[in-house]
Design a protein around this ligand. Sequence first.
Ligand SMILES: NC(=O)C1=CN([C@@H]2O[C@H](COP(=O)(O)OP(=O)(O)OC[C@H]3O[C@@H](n4cnc5c(N)ncnc54)[C@H](O)[C@@H]3O)[C@@H](O)[C@H]2O)C=CC1
Ligand SMILES: O=C(O)CCC(=O)C(=O)O
Length: 530
Amino acid sequence: MPAPRVLISDALSPAAVQIFRDRGIEVDFQPDLGKDKEKLAAVIGNYDGLAIRSATKVTAKILEQAKSLKVIGRAGIGVDNVEIPAATAKGIIVMNTPFGNSITTAEHAIAMMFALARQIPQADASTQAGKWEKNRFMGVELTAKVLGVIGCGNIGSIVADRGIGLRMKVIAFDPFLSPERAVELGVEKVELDDLLRRADIITLHVPMTEKTKNILSAENIAKTKKGVRIVNCARGGLVDEVALRAALDSGHVAGAAFDVFVEEPALTNPLFGHPNVVCTPHLGAATTEAQENVALQVAEQMSDYLLQGAIQNAVNFPSITAEEAPRLKPFVALAEKLGSFLGQLTEASIKGIRIEYEGAVADMNTRALTSAAVTGVLRPFLQDVNMVSAPVIARERGITVEEVKRESAARDYESFIRIVVDAEDMPRHAGGTVFQDGKPRVVEIRDIAVDAEFAPHMVYVRNDDKPGFIGRFGTLLGEAGVNVATFALGRDRPGGDAICFVSVDQPVSEELLRRIEEIPQVKRARAVHF
Ligand SMILES: NC(=O)C1=CN([C@@H]2O[C@H](COP(=O)(O)OP(=O)(O)OC[C@H]3O[C@@H](n4cnc5c(N)ncnc54)[C@H](O)[C@@H]3O)[C@@H](O)[C@H]2O)C=CC1
Ligand SMILES: O=C(O)CCC(=O)C(=O)O
């Protein structure tokens, strides 16, 4: 297999390049490419991985050209510059580095708070201009002031901790902050209106979502305490910039320190030029330490995925650790092949897929296995589906997906997976396991025990358990020049329903299948491929 290829299209630390090379991955370091949509679209088709910061906008249009792309790695936290649904629909993993720049960004927020409280940038400009305006820059003390933290996750909680260290009273609004965690952090959990009314300084640390967009709207800004100072080191668009400018002009808001803007790069902005505004060009994560952390982490994560299938910090897929990836791999293959078998037999529309995990496999990462099973079921209908996109495609098509787990496995297997595909005509089910040799096998079809490995070309036959079938079937295959590699048989009872699952060395033609179906004992014959 050729080495995977990764494009770095933003200014990542060179540490990332070294990691990729050390792991045997070809890497193109083109830190300015992300700013040029056309150029990026023209080359993206050549890569398996794309490593970015915030400048590269990975739109659906770019993704249309990303024929080989398997993973997008964001060296940072916010993934709002990636169209996640479009990436997921194309089966591309999107991963970030959720902790590597948290301390640095929290420190930036604290620095911004001090910059506002003491007007440091303005005082610096005046001093260096030779003005010595000692009376112009009267500041405020932070001690004992109320710091209102909106979003108390990784960064917000570090800001809260630093605020407490500065002897501030910290209040936090975050619906997902548990009362226990609030106590542990030493913050008072409050509702948004309470925070707006009480805070002397408000700092934002929420992601940009439909709910948080404009969380500081004109209406909410009007609810704030007169003289409030506002710090935004999270995302532009969390604050209504025009309304904030008006509140600064009226003197209701005493100052604002912004690192992030509705439009970036921000070459103009409603806040620019106001004497009480401090701005930085999205520098929250810009320290050597943070950039080294996120670059190393994203390169390791992307390499682990491209080389081993391990998934860490994906925002559109459950994690698979490097340790569990090899153990999971044969079960992923089993789930996908069983699903594919049933998908190939199904012609009516599918209503639901149930995956039953029994024995040791029930304790594994079943979300990943379920995605593999659903992929297998859907692949005969949609070529372009994989473990990332399958659950979303199933949901979009109204196919319910259900997982069932049982402690002990059927027929005393250590692990057993049974998939039931419920279609408009009837439910179909098959079960399998992985033997010591690591090979997935079908061990049950329609409640009938069999034992068959999966092979590229197979014939599946349902027949009555009556003498004469095997001889005629073998003769037909032989006459057509089709060599039988393995032959598995099973029946529910003597003279009852029987199945036959045969691997062959050559593809079986429709004509041959028709002739097999003419054997009196045969109810159905299908060619299946794995
Ligand atoms: N300026 C910069 O360079 C950087 C900016 N960021 C931004 O900071 C944001 C926060 O990062 P983290 O703390 O790591 O994220 P996080 O996910 O750890 O924390 C976000 C918190 O916001 C809370 N939240 C979500 N929806 C909310 C709502 N509607 N109202 C109130 N709280 C809500 C969540 O419960 C969570 O606790 C990121 O999403 C990113 O946009 C992150 C790194 C660098
Ligand atoms: O990469 C950067 O400089 C921006 C970091 C950021 O905004 C994030 O991690 O969410």
